[in-house]
Design a protein around this ligand. Structure first.
Ligand SMILES: *Cc1c(COP(=O)(O)O)cnc(C)c1O
Length: 425
């Protein structure tokens, strides 16, 4: 393997890193190998990974079943386009997603990134009304604290502060980004909004957990309320399950955990266990039926070059195999209990404002803000890879993480909350 000093130092002069002021961003940690929940550094250290590479690596790194599926597919058909040609993995995956998702969600359109999956959901909603009632419904309602992607259309439905709306004013469509319908007046306000603006096509939410916004959790009642209000107003309910899907909440989807079926659901991240990019937008039979006609103008107008990438779909099928016997979801429920127990002491700390756990997610929200980069470095010094969001220190570990590794992660968080935060000042 090449000395990281070569590729890393040379490349650092040319790469443009995500969400980074390149002049001041601390140099990333060069990793030379991954395995399970571990990241191996060039200098011989190893870190327990609490993040799972932007929440994708739910089966741990280098999981043999997923790697074998990728290798097998690569040897046979790495990829062929879906226009006019068909390959097995994507057709199989579409059938299997129809089975594992709740209700009558039955028709999947594949893309390569979550942001695009959300954009496709928005296009489906807009075209749905064109194709049925002929209405020009083009606006969306989404929620404060929400995150749906970084492309122009998805930024417009993100939390205005976190989504940096001020930087892109004029480029973003105006949407309604409102409070979650938790209290009675919030429910009322949303009901009134949906009744008053006939331009609204859909309501978009990250069900159960708003991830990037700081692992904020809400009650399933919120989703039941949304289902009722959307039905009443005749608008579509869209669940963005790009973070919550594939077992993260302890059920296959957050929709299952809440007992609510949306009209459209967006999938991504963990769908391939982090091995390759893949995302999907799955629509209900009713929504799909608005596109299924003799009118060519009723077709869904979207078609990315790599839609239904064969290797990605083969890996996704192998990922679904890992869920098939139900033991993985049981494991997530166990993880939920372990995380709850391990972080219970944090509740009594004055420095801690809130401790939240749901499935394989935990968030410890600190009472005061702290220097993020210093905290991130502090966690690396503890042998962990933990990257707080705002005031929230969170974990989204691989479902099969070992007890010792989990203890190292939760121990580091407790230490940070009780003493570390003063060390990094
Ligand atoms: C990550 C994420 C996205 C965006 O997915 P990308 O693959 O990064 O484009 C959208 N919605 C949610 C809820 C996410 O967590």
């Amino acid at each position: 393997m090449a000395d990281p000093k070569d590729w890393f130092t040379e490349g650092l002069a040319h790469i443009w890193l995500p969400y980074a002021q390149m002049r001041t961003v601390p140099a990333p940690v060069a990793i030379t190998r991954t395995d399970g929940s571990r990241l191996y550094l060039a200098d011989g250290r190893e870190l327990v990974d609490g993040v799972g590479s932007w929440w994708t690596s739910v089966h741990g790194y280098n999981r043999a079943e997923l790697l074998d599926a990728a290798r097998d597919q690569m040897a046979r058909i790495p990829h062929i386009m879906l226009g006019g040609l068909a390959h097995e993995p994507v057709y199989r995956l579409a059938s299997r997603l129809a089975q594992v998702t709740p209700g009558d969600l039955t028709r999947t359109f594949f893309t390569e990134s979550g942001s695009v999956a959300v954009e496709v959901a928005m296009k489906i909603a807009i075209q749905y009304f064109r194709n049925t009632s002929g209405e020009r419904r083009t606006k969306f309602v989404s929620f404060l604290g929400g995150y749906h992607g970084d492309t122009l259309a998805t930024m417009s439905v993100c939390d205005p502060d976190e989504g940096m709306h001020h930087m892109f004013r004029g480029a973003l469509q105006e949407q309604y980004v409102v409070a979650l319908p938790e209290a009675r007046d919030q429910i009322r306000a949303l009901e009134t909004l949906l009744a008053s603006d006939k331009k609204i096509a859909g309501v978009l939410i990250e069900p159960m957990i708003q991830g990037a916004g700081g692992m904020r959790m809400h009650s399933p009642q919120v989703l039941k309320t949304l289902r009722r209000l959307c039905d009443q107003a005749g608008v579509l309910l869209i669940f963005d399950e790009i973070f919550t899907g594939f077992g993260r909440t302890g059920e296959m989807f957050a929709a299952n955990r809440a007992g609510v079926t949306p009209d459209i659901m967006c999938l991504g991240k963990a769908i391939t266990g982090g091995i390759t990019p893949l995302a999907g937008t799955i629509a209900s039979a009713r929504v799909y039926s608005a596109f299924h006609s003799d009118n060519p103008d009723h077709a869904l107008m979207h078609g990315p070059t790599y839609t239904g990438h064969a290797i990605a779909c083969a890996v996704a099928n192998a990922g679904l195999d890992l869920f098939a016997d139900g033991s993985l979801l049981k494991r997530v429920k166990k993880l939920e209990a372990s995380l709850t127990a391990a972080l219970a002491p944090a509740k009594d700390l004055e420095s801690v404002a809130d401790v939240r756990v749901l499935g394989a997610v935990t968030a410890v929200e600190m009472a005061e803000s702290f220097p993020l980069e210093a905290a991130r470095k502090w966690f690396i010094d503890q042998g962990t890879f933990i990257r707080p969001l705002g005031r929230t220190v969170y974990l989204s570990p691989a479902y099969g993480i070992g007890e010792d590794d989990l203890a190292r992660l939760t121990g580091a968080i407790l230490k940070f909350a009780s003493a570390g935060i003063s060390e990094i000042g």
